[in-house]
Ligand binder design. Structure first.
Ligand code: HEM
Length: 402
């Protein structure tokens, strides 16, 4: 038993090692030999599809770190955790208030604007024969979109970029002491900034999410200011380091699979299936954390009350028990029930927005670039193991059409 545990610990350490960021999948395959493995740091790594699905739906696997015995670093500092880190019923109440405003209509209303932003970004590289998918498209797009939806003044976008960056990086399981201090500073700066925006919108409401949440007359009630601020910050950062990776991972995967790129040219509507399959094959969020609120018996192991749990979505998405030929990129795969957006009560609130951003960005990119080619493969990766994706993705092309 201890032999298995230390093997899993060693494998998980290799997953965390930035040297393996470009391809963690062979390590996941080995981790799946022990579906639920106790690691030496006391966490339980869950790597197989049925066990991840069971725990996502198990109310004993909670998200509220205040109920656990695990040290949580900078994230534990917040006295008002965002609803991503809460359990029902508090979670459900706050989530419902958000969902009543972050509606499909509000997301769909962004469609033409997203097309406009994407084309503006690409136009900036029109006279070139090379672009960086990350810096030139995938990174600026989501932050511009969420700032516009929230109602953050355009001139403040730069500060938002920095805060969102730091706060998203601090979600790494091993963020490091510097990152914890930085996250604290970012939180201390963004809170008064948001509060000021909220107060301005209460005086002069506009057609944006900050106004909608700040002055809303929802029959289920209104958030107090502390919850409102953490919710707005959550909306800002949740889509930040995730959508960038969806667009970049999709570009990388298509350029590595020229036959799929050719099919996409013939049938542009395939983009919906392509993005869905990237969410399985190269998910931007590789793991999520839970805490055992009671002893949980699963796959022959007891996860004791208070222990931390890592649901390794990136591994579940490649589990041959669920997906035929899982290491094959196949947008035609039937019944693609991936964990790209998690599942159950914490299923991603921003999934519809992320999907249309990625679909629009990729459609325009591959329509406009003539003969695109990867300049380096594999590209350099960001160190973050949870929010995994390339730091840069340089692509050369013959020319860009309008
Ligand atoms: C490709 C882009 C995205 C991916 C891959 C992604 C992935 C995820 C995943 C896996 C979770 C569940 C975490 C867990 O179970 O612990 C989640 C939750 C969440 N996501 Fe996303 N996300 C993306 C974009 C967005 C966007 C654009 C927004 C908002 C603007 C957003 C807002 C949220 C929120 C608020 C939650 C918490 C839901 C809850 O706890 O009830 N996400 N996301």
């Amino acid at each position: 038993m201890s032999q298995v545990a230390s093997n899993s610990t060693e494998l998980f350490a290799q997953v965390m090692d930035p040297a393996n960021r470009a391809n963690p999948y062979p390590l996941y395959e080995r981790l799946r030999a022990t579906p639920v493995a106790r690691l030496d740091d006391g966490f339980y790594a869950v790597s197989t599809y049925p066990e991840i699905a069971a725990l996502l739906h198990d109310p004993r696997a909670g998200k509220d770190q205040r109920k656990s015995e695990v040290s949580v670093g900078a994230r534990g500092v917040s006295p008002t955790p965002p609803f991503l880190f809460l359990d029902p019923p508090e979670h459900d109440h706050l989530r419902a208030l958000v969902m009543h405003q972050f509606t499909p209509e509000r997301v769909n209303a962004m469609h033409n604007r997203i097309v406009g932003i994407v084309n503006e970004l690409l136009d900036a590289r029109r006279d070139s024969q090379e672009l960086d998918v990350v810096d030139d498209l995938a990174y600026p797009l989501p932050v511009t979109v969420i700032c516009e939806m929230l109602g953050v003044p355009r001139e403040d976008e730069g500060r938002f970029h920095e805060w969102a960056d730091i706060l998203a990086h601090s979600l790494d399981p091993e963020p490091g002491e510097d990152m914890e201090a930085e996250a604290l500073r970012a939180r201390q700066e963004i809170t008064p900034y948001m509060l000021d925006l909220v107060q301005k919108r209460r005086e002069h409401p506009e057609d944006d999410l900050i106004s909608a949440l700040a002055v809303n007359n929802d029959p289920e009630g209104r958030m107090d200011d502390a919850n409102l601020i953490t919710t707005l910050v959550l909306l800002l950062i949740a889509g930040h380091e995730t959508t960038v990776n969806l667009i970049t991972n999709s570009s990388l995967t298509l350029l590595r699979n020229p036959e799929e790129l050719a099919r996409l040219h013939e049938q542009p509507e395939r983009i919906i299936r392509v993005v869905e399959e990237v969410l399985r094959y190269e998910p931007p969020v590789q793991f999520a954390q839970r805490y055992a609120l009671a002893d949980i018996e699963i796959a022959g192991t007891t996860i004791p009350k208070g222990a931390g749990i890592r649901l390794i979505f990136g591994s579940g998405n490649r589990d041959p028990q669920q997906f035929v030929n899982p290491d094959h990129f196949d947008p035609d795969r039937p019944d693609n029930q991936h964990f790209g957006f998690g599942g159950a009560v914490h299923y991603c609130v921003g999934a519809p927005l992320a999907r249309i951003e990625a679909q629009i960005a990729l459609t325009a990119l591959f329509h406009r670039l003539v003969q695109p080619r990867l300049k380096v493969d594999p590209p350099p990766y960001r160190p973050n193991a949870v929010l995994r994706g390339p730091r840069h993705l340089p692509v050369t092309f013959e020319r860009m059409q309008s």
